[in-house]
Structures are given as structure tokens and as C-alpha cells.
Design a binder for this molecule. Structure first.
Ligand code: SF4
Ligand code: FE
Length: 485
């Protein structure tokens, strides 16, 4: 908002974002959550924060999804640390493949970097989305070459990069930022095929915090923000790289454009599966708030209210089930790191783009219009007006009016705020998800199934959609592609 901020920890606009991330550290210290929040590093054998861990089995990806739901329940918002977590897991797999195929030394470099991240328990922001300019043109065809982040100079000791990354969750309060290409790059775009890590305050980096619905309410008091401790979203920022120098040991891809496609696919799959964890944790909070406001309003016994609450639970648990299955059906990459099932990852996220709107619509429906018409906290604290509010917003003797006001504000925060467009666009917008779903399936095999059943095709053998007979498929499932639990 036009102000240069020197110390984010002392600034009220940043405190709720920092508090959300702090929960990822706080719960990791709690013995109750030891198994969920921490893991054993495969590099050092040390116990580390799970947000810095490389998934060693599909079971561990399921544990990650469980951890994200817990985090959503504890904060009621985005806790930001997953993007960097997914970037670490993606780079572990992709740098290994690059070294195998090209003889580079990216994987060793990356492992050294990862050791530090794990050892110091650093928060890493993942910076993927470029500003993109004209969406109809590839990076090198843009009028302004900086509309995608790119290498402007190569030196023996490192590279100079220029451009920007947009909507970057948690960037302002991270320790490190990993920049990744936003799309698959062709040969002509190879200067844009660049991946590297910088400290958040590297010379030449400027961060501009985004505005979000009702964000300045946190300057007004405690009740009006709705979520009393944490921010509405993840403190998304525009990161400007103005001729930033990146030393060699922090570069994990530079020009290897053929690996940008797999990188984007692995990263986006990892990130998409998260939404059936974090958003479902947030849904748990909103379902609780909705049930409570129904009780406070005296309508909780009505059949249609109970039916709507069950519907909210059904929608949330559907996303949850899909995420767990997506993790369960994951694969082990040659690096040893496990990844999720790419088709199901897109299905999870597509469900969240729709179902989150529906469960929030039901929360709005049950809570009533006061979530958008309630007078302010200042009026409630006013010596004259406050008494009227106390009287006219009361429902029953045993329920303090303030309880009702706080519930309205919490539901407003969650069901009307910026969380919904985030559920739509974060980790990939619906059209992208549908394209990935189309690419992930073998429609010809499905046609063959139908033709066999309809008697058009004379194929008597059982064929499944993977195009193998049952025996072969399960053999591959056990021995090569999937992890035995
Ligand atoms: Fe993590 Fe969810 Fe926030 Fe993405 S939206 S960073 S997955 S909490
Ligand atoms: Fe997000």
C-alpha cells in the first residue's frame, strides 16, 4: 500500500501471515503430532520438519495430506509452506533425471541445498507463476522479454536473471524462494527454462504484497477480521527480480528446456493433491462454525439445516477421499522420491474448484444475511450504539451476543472472502485441470472396452484401460510402478 516495510515481523499487516506459518513450526514441536509433522530425513537420518522432507513412500504422501488437513483445522486458512515443500520434492526427482540423461551435476547441488533447508528448518516459497503477458504467445514471442522470468547473462560463477513471479504464496515471510518455470518450454524459450534458489532478501529482489478482501480489517481490531489470529489467505506477493545474481551452486536448471514439461507436471500434481487436505481442514472449521450459528440462531433442529450440514460434510469428505487415493496410487520415481497419481491429482483439484463453492454457499445459506450486513466492531464497542447492538443481535439469554457476532464474522471471512477464488485458481484453474485430465487418460482403450462389450470388436481377452491383461497390469503395479505398502 505504497509503504516500504523494513521489518515485517513488526508490521500488523504481516503478523497474521507469519502466525499461520508459525503453526507449521509449533505443531512440529508438539509430541502429539510427532508422526504427522516430522519425518526422518533420508539424507541425514535426522528428525526433520515434514515440510522439508522428500516423500520416501506413497504412505508418506498420505501422511502429508493428513498433515495439511490438520494444519487447515488449526489455522482456518492457508499456511503457505506447501508450495516450497512441493518444489523441493519436484526438484529432487527432476534433477536426478537430468543428471542421468545429460551428465549434469544438478542433483548433487540440489541435495546439498536440501540438507541446509532440512537442517535449518527453512521456509521455502515456491515461485512458479510468471506474469505471462499475452497468453496467446510463447515466452520468447512476448513484446517485453521480461514477462516471463529469464536468464539475461551467464557467467562462470553464476547467472543474472530478470522478470517477475506473480501470486506467490508466503513469499514475504519465507527464508528462501525457489523459482521454477511456469510451463513447458521449447528450444526457442530455453533462456526461460531456469530454476534456482535465492534468499528472500537477495539483492535485486522486491516483493509487493497483494491486497485481499477485508485485509485492512486487521488494523481495526480483533473481531471484524473473523479469523482472530490468522490471515484470510497466504500473503500472496508479486516478486520482482531486477537483474538478480544467482551463484552456480543455487542453480538447478539452466536451459534444459526438455525437462520443463516433467517439472511442471510433477510440481502441479504434488500441489493439486494438497487441496483435498488443506481446504478440507478449512471446511471442517466452516462446518463447525455453521453448526454453531444454527444453534445460536435456534434453527439447528430443522430438517433442512441438518440436511445441508450433511451435504457440506459429504462434499468435503469427497475431496479428502480423492486426495488420499491420489497419494495412495502414487509412483516411485528413479530418484527414489515418490510422486502422486497425476490423473487423480487433477481430479482432486477440479472437485475442489466446485465443491468449495458449494460448501461455502451452504454456510452462507445457513448463517443468514448478517454475514454481510453486520455493523462494525467499532460500533459494537461504542458506548451508545453498542448497547443497541447487544440487544438487537441477541437470540437467547444464555448466549452472549458477542459469540454470535464472532461466528458471523468468521463465516464471512471463510465463505465470502478471498478463499474461494483461491480454491478456484490456486494450483491450477479449471481449464488447465481439464486439459491435464484429457492428456492423462487413454480414451482409445475406453473405446475398445465399449466396442468389446457391444460386440463390435472381436477381442475376447480382458482389457483394462491400461491396455494390458489383468495379470500383466498387476505385475507391473507391484514390481515396477507402484510401491508395496
Ligand atoms: Fe498449502 Fe493449501 Fe496454502 Fe496451497 S493453498 S500453500 S496447499 S495451505
Ligand atoms: Fe494455494
Amino acid at each position: 500500500m505504497g509503504e516500504k516495510v523494513d521489518s515485517i515481523v513488526d508490521h500488523p499487516m504481516f503478523k497474521p501471515h507469519i502466525a499461520s506459518v508459525a503453526m507449521t513450526y509449533e505443531l512440529a514441536q508438539d509430541p502429539k503430532y510427532y508422526d504427522l509433522m516430522t519425518a526422518e530425513s533420508h539424507l541425514t537420518g535426522e528428525r526433520i520438519n515434514r515440510f522439508t522432507h522428500i516423500h520416501q513412500s506413497t504412505q508418506e504422501i498420505m501422511t502429508k495430506v493428513r498433515m495439511l488437513r490438520l494444519m487447515g483445522q488449526k489455522t482456518g486458512t492457508c499456511f503457505q509452506r506447501c508450495v516450497g515443500f512441493d518444489a523441493l520434492n519436484t526438484l529432487y526427482a527432476v534433477t536426478y533425471d537430468m543428471d542421468e540423461k545429460l551428465g549434469t551435476d544438478y542433483h548433487q547441488r540440489f541435495k546439498k541445498y536440501l540438507r541446509r533447508v532440512q537442517g535449518e528448518d527453512l521456509m521455502v516459497a515456491g515461485a512458479m507463476t510468471d506474469t505471462k503477458g499475452d497468453r496467446g504467445r510463447r515466452p520468447h514471442k512476448q513484446d517485453d522479454p521480461d514477462l516471463y522470468l529469464h536468464v539475461v547473462e551467464k557467467r562462470d560463477e553464476g547467472i543474472i536473471v530478470k522478470g517477475a513471479k506473480n501470486h506467490i504464496t508466503g513469499a514475504v515471510n519465507s527464508h528462501e524462494i525457489i523459482a521454477l518455470p511456469t510451463r513447458a518450454m521449447a528450444e526457442e524459450d530455453k533462456d526461460y527454462a531456469v530454476t534456482f534458489a535465492t534468499p528472500v532478501d537477495a539483492e535485486g529482489i522486491t516483493l509487493v504484497l497483494g491486497r485481499q478482501t477485508n485485509d485492512t480489517r486487521r488494523l481495526d481490531g480483533e473481531i471484524d477480521p473473523g479469523n482472530t489470529r490468522y490471515a484470510i489467505l497466504g500473503g500472496e506477493a508479486l516478486i520482482i527480480y531486477d537483474d538478480v545474481f544467482v551463484p552456480r551452486e543455487r542453480i538447478f536448471m539452466c536451459g534444459e528446456h526438455a525437462f520443463t514439461g516433467p517439472l511442471v507436471q510433477i510440481f502441479s500434481s504434488h500441489h493439486r493433491v494438497n487441496y483435498g487436505g488443506c481446504k478440507v481442514g478449512v471446511a471442517d472449521v466452516v462446518i463447525g462454525a455453521t453448526k454453531r450459528i444454527a444453534e445460536v440462531n435456534g434453527v439447528d433442529g430443522a430438517y433442512h439445516i441438518r440436511d445441508k450440514l450433511s451435504e457440506m460434510v459429504h462434499l468435503a469428505e469427497t475431496c479428502w477421499a480423492c486426495s488420499l487415493t491420489c497419494a495412495h496410487e502414487g509412483l516411485r520415481t528413479p530418484s527414489g522420491a515418490c510422486v502422486v497419481d497425476p490423473l487423480l491429482a487433477n481430479v482432486v483439484k477440479l472437485n475442489v474448484t466446485r465443491f468449495a463453492y458449494e460448501w461455502m454457499r451452504l454456510a452462507q445459506d445457513i448463517a443468514g444475511g448478517a454475514i454481510i450486513t453486520l455493523p462494525s466492531e467499532r460500533d459494537y464497542n461504542h458506548p451508545i450504539i453498542g448497547k443497541y447492538m447487544e440487544k438487537y443481535y441477541s437470540t437467547k439469554k444464555d448466549i452472549p451476543t458477542e459469540t454470535r457476532i464472532r461466528l458471523f464474522r468468521l463465516i464471512e471471512n471463510m465463505a465470502v472472502g478471498a478463499g474461494l477464488p483461491e480454491a478456484l485458481h490456486g494450483a491450477g484453474s479449471p481449464a488447465t485441470l481439464k486439459i491435464m485430465i484429457e492428456r492423462s487418460i487413454d480414451i482409445e482403450e475406453k473405446k475398445a472396452l465399449a466396442e468389446t462389450i457391444a460386440g463390435i470388436r472381436e477381442d475376447k481377452h480382458f482389457q483394462n484401460i491400461w491396455g494390458m491383461d489383468e495379470g500383466e497390469y498387476f505385475k507391473e503395479f507391484r514390481e515396477n510402478r507402484r510401491i508395496t505398502k
